[in-house]
Design a protein around this ligand. Structure first.
Ligand code: NAP
Length: 417
């Protein structure tokens, strides 16, 4: 009979499932600053249902969604699940991870115990009526973000996922590299390739907010791979240099401009004129970097309220602003005159379907997409990592923590890659 609980980094015999596990847990009474909200606890290993897979996590990626989960807003994730009838009074987050298939439920055919996998971060009911009628699963009424809207995400020794969330782990990547890129990479990929006819064509200028962030670092590389011209916005020169190394044509420093936030009142002529002159100055700098007077055909948005007015203004006639988040707020102003007269498109986009996730895994697996892992922490540092992200103090690119994988030094000592 095996042990009931293994220490972090202590690997049970393949396929042996202990009763209990360590998990980084958020509880409602700890909602608030991420650094205080996450705490390591011992909980039961979750059961594996039909079509599901139990994965022993080696590393987990850090994403903004669990900074929101820790804050308890805009969604109280625990209360929302309880309303749906789920009983747990805690949240185990984490929508990105890599690990080893440890057990499979009934009906699982594509993966087997021992397979090394990278996980994708959304779940849906494959038998849902809308999916059976041909809908993209990301638009299904059953779609949920794993490790945010659903429980038992990547921040634990074991996670439960649906079979289709498992993608082969690229051999060239370490566990932590494999764990860090799927949420941001696949989200950026869908934004840039998933909304025809507004997909990146060779020569298309693309404006990318937060170019050195998770989404931004992936987006710059994808635009470059597709032959487009990525131009980033960042808050300092160091981040700008990072974007250049990833393939950006250039970068704008958002601190050089003052017109952020909601639009001034249309009757306030002085404020409107000040806003217009700032946004024009911003647009002129974009032209200078591009080397010609062309507007971005696609604007990759996630910053939201502070930046949408600029995105909508700058976007080319018949171009698209594609948005997947609202870090600075959700009440963004759109001057509808520009939307209709210049026939622009404001498109919502959310994570990615399985095909898009596999495309991104393949790009990373063949070395064409750098996962941009910039920081690897310990399991105990999950709260600190989300706090850095919330404070916009994190290093460029993507971050991961080690769950069961050994640290780099220990790996060398043990003669492992
Ligand atoms: P990230 O790594 O923190 O990058 C975001 C970047 O935004 C930062 O690097 C920062 O760059 C920039 N930024 C911060 N404040 C800004 C402001 N006031 N104006 C303009 N830019 C600002 O986060 P991420 O992983 O890229 O995620 C970004 C957002 O997208 C989050 O809200 C996240 O929840 C959302 N998201 C959604 C999905 C989805 O599936 N729907 C998937 C991934 C992410 P500078 O300070 O250098 O400008």
């Amino acid at each position: 009979m095996g042990k009931a609980l293994y220490e972090l980094g202590e690997i049970p015999p393949l396929g042996e499932v202990p009763q209990r596990m360590y998990a980084s847990v958020i509880r409602r009474e700890r909602y608030g600053r991420p650094v205080d909200a996450f705490r390591t606890e011992v909980v039961d290993v979750p059961p594996v249902g039909r079509g599901q897979v139990l994965v022993m996590m080696m590393a987990a990626g850090v994403n903004y969604n669990n900074a929101w989960a820790a804050l308890g807003r805009p969604l109280d994730v625990i209360k929302a699940r309880q309303r749906r009838g789920e009983c747990e009074d805690f949240h185990i987050g984490g929508s990105d991870g890599s690990g080893v298939v440890w057990a499979v439920g009934e009906g699982v055919a594509q993966v087997k115990v021992g397979d090394e996998v990278v996980l994708s971060g959304c779940q849906w009911d494959e038998s849902a009526a809308d999916i059976r009628l041909g809908a993209d699963p990301m638009t299904s009424v059953t779609q949920r973000v794993w490790g945010y809207e659903s429980n038992f995400g990547a921040f634990a020794q074991f996670s439960v996922v649906d079979e289709y969330q498992c993608h082969p782990k690229p051999a060239r990547l370490t566990w932590e590299e494999a764990a860090c890129f799927m949420v941001t990479g696949a989200t950026a990929y869908r934004q840039l390739c998933g909304w025809p006819p507004h997909t990146v064509r060779p020569g298309d200028p693309v404006l990318i907010w937060g170019g050195a962030g998770g989404l931004g670092s992936m987006a710059i590389q994808i635009v470059d791979l597709l032959g487009g011209v990525p131009i980033a916005v960042v808050s300092n020169e160091e981040r700008g240099e990072y974007c250049l190394r990833l393939g950006a044509r250039g970068y704008l420093l958002r601190g050089d401009y003052t017109h952020w936030g909601r639009l001034p009142d249309i009757d306030d002529e002085a404020a409107t004129s000040a806003w217009t002159s700032e946004v024009r100055r911003f647009g002129k700098r974009f032209w200078e970097i591009l080397g010609e007077r062309r507007a971005p055909r696609i604007v990759l948005e996630h910053s939201g309220q502070d930046t949408i007015p600029t995105s909508m203004y700058l976007c080319d006639t018949a171009g698209m602003v594609v948005i997947c988040g609202g870090t600075t707020g959700y009440h963004a102003d759109v001057d509808l005159r520009f939307l209709w007269m210049r026939q622009k498109r404001l498109q919502g986009s959310h994570f990615a379907n399985s095909q898009q996730c596999r495309a991104v895994a393949n790009l990373a697996g063949t070395g064409r997409l750098d996962p941009c892992l910039s920081w690897t922490g310990t399991f105990e540092e999950l709260g600190a990592a989300h706090q850095m992200m919330r404070d916009n103090q994190h290093p460029p690119g993507n971050m991961a923590v080690l769950v069961n994988a050994p640290a780099r030094g220990e790996r060398h000592a043990a003669g492992l890659a």
